[in-house]
Design a protein around this ligand. Structure first.
Ligand code: ATP
Ligand code: LTN
Length: 325
């Protein structure tokens, strides 16, 4: 099956991105044809520093590699280097219902978050995402829960296009991890962990052991004393239990038992050590790839060529179907 997913290059990759998306990518790459993109064009819709973008992109390629994306099996490339993404976006805009775009949760949230810059790109963001997915005749899109609505819209757009112009696109399906689909912020357990929120609210996958400890010890917990999974009454502790369980490969029940008679402080200390251990290999690999930037750039260059071949072939079909020469 063809798999496609992407992450925006601005901001550091956190354990929400890892547990919600990247972990699924690693599992899928053995048996599927995977394409993983660094979606720099999407990142332009939120405030960013142009002088830092190139470096941010390279850092993300290193995250993909350090987290286990294997360039021998999967394609890794930069969205803006394959021009078909922007070309198809325009064409898909002509079949996308405007009302659907205004109803997207991410658009509503980001319009509030970046009040001073509610640009049209923010509204059209899901059309570019649909172009990313449909260009590659994608069947599976592994993402976190927050992106489900966008994948649904990509399905709608694909269906509309196929109806109007004839069978052209495969209808993709979102793949969402049951347990890691929504890791919450350490500071506001009611909100998802996010790249664009303050650093103390998230654990980045390359955070130092000291930082991890500090952030976990400061994480907002709930009233009461027990270490129990209860999303309604104990969202903070439940989120920490989920993180622990996924990173240390232990069940929530096992953890509840282990900490039955223990307090929050001891739980957090043990959790911090578990997170540090789980992320340690990533930090080591990051160091290795940082000193091999020519190798990383070569992978991106090869990825671009492989992506271009598929994207070019889909675009030729789309242009023909739409009556463009
Ligand atoms: P922002 O919140 O600023 O938009 P982000 O942290 O969501 O950024 P993205 O690049 O938008 O980062 O997301 C990359 C992938 O990570 C997507 O598949 C998304 O669904 C997933 N993801 C993001 N945050 C979480 C989270 N808190 N829990 C689980 N998955 C997440
Ligand atoms: N919008 C996604 C990133 C993204 C993506 C994609 C994910 C852009 N294009 C295609 C899957 C498939 C986000 O996480 N914010």
């Amino acid at each position: 099956m063809r798999v496609f997913s992407g992450i925006q290059p601005t901001g550091a990759i956190h354990i929400g991105n890892y547990l919600g998306a990247i972990r699924q990518w690693i599992e899928l790459q053995d048996k599927n044809e995977c394409i993983f993109c660094i979606v720099d064009l999407h990142a332009l819709t939120s405030p960013y520093d142009p002088a830092k973008l190139e470096n941010s992109i390279l850092e993300k390629a290193i995250v993909y590699l350090a987290a286990g994306v294997n360039p021998e099996k999967s394609v890794i490339f930069i969205q803006s280097q394959v021009k078909e993404h922007t070309e198809l976006t325009w064409l898909l805009n002509t079949v996308t219902p405007l009302g659907d775009l205004g109803r997207m949760t991410q658009f509503k949230e980001k319009s509030k978050k970046f009040k001073e810059n509610v640009n049209a790109g923010l509204l059209n963001y899901p059309v570019l995402m649909a172009a990313d997915i449909l260009l590659y005749q994608t069947e599976i899109v592994p993402v976190g829960e927050d992106q489900k609505q966008h994948v649904e819209l990509a399905r709608t757009i694909a269906r509309k296009f196929n109806q109007k112009f004839g069978e052209t696109f495969k209808i993709p399906e979102a793949k969402i991890s049951e347990t890691g689909k929504r890791i919450m912020s350490l500071s506001y357990p009611a909100k998802k962990m996010s790249k664009t929120d303050p650093s103390e609210s998230r654990i980045d996958i390359f955070d130092s052991p000291e930082k991890i400890k500090e952030k976990i010890m400061r994480a907002v917990t709930d009233t009461g004393k027990s270490i129990k999974y209860d999303l309604k009454k104990k969202p903070g502790i439940s989120n920490l239990l989920t993180i622990y369980s996924l990173l240390a490969n232990k069940t929530i029940e096992e953890l509840e038992k282990k900490f039955e008679k223990k307090g929050y402080a001891e739980f957090k200390k043990t959790l911090a050590n578990a997170v540090i251990d789980a992320l340690d290999p990533f930090r080591k690999k990051q160091q290795e790839f940082l000193s091999r930037d020519v190798y990383v750039k070569t992978i991106l260059e090869q990825g671009k060529k492989r992506a271009q071949l598929i994207a070019g072939s889909t675009m030729a079909d789309v242009r023909k179907k739409m009556g463009l020469s």
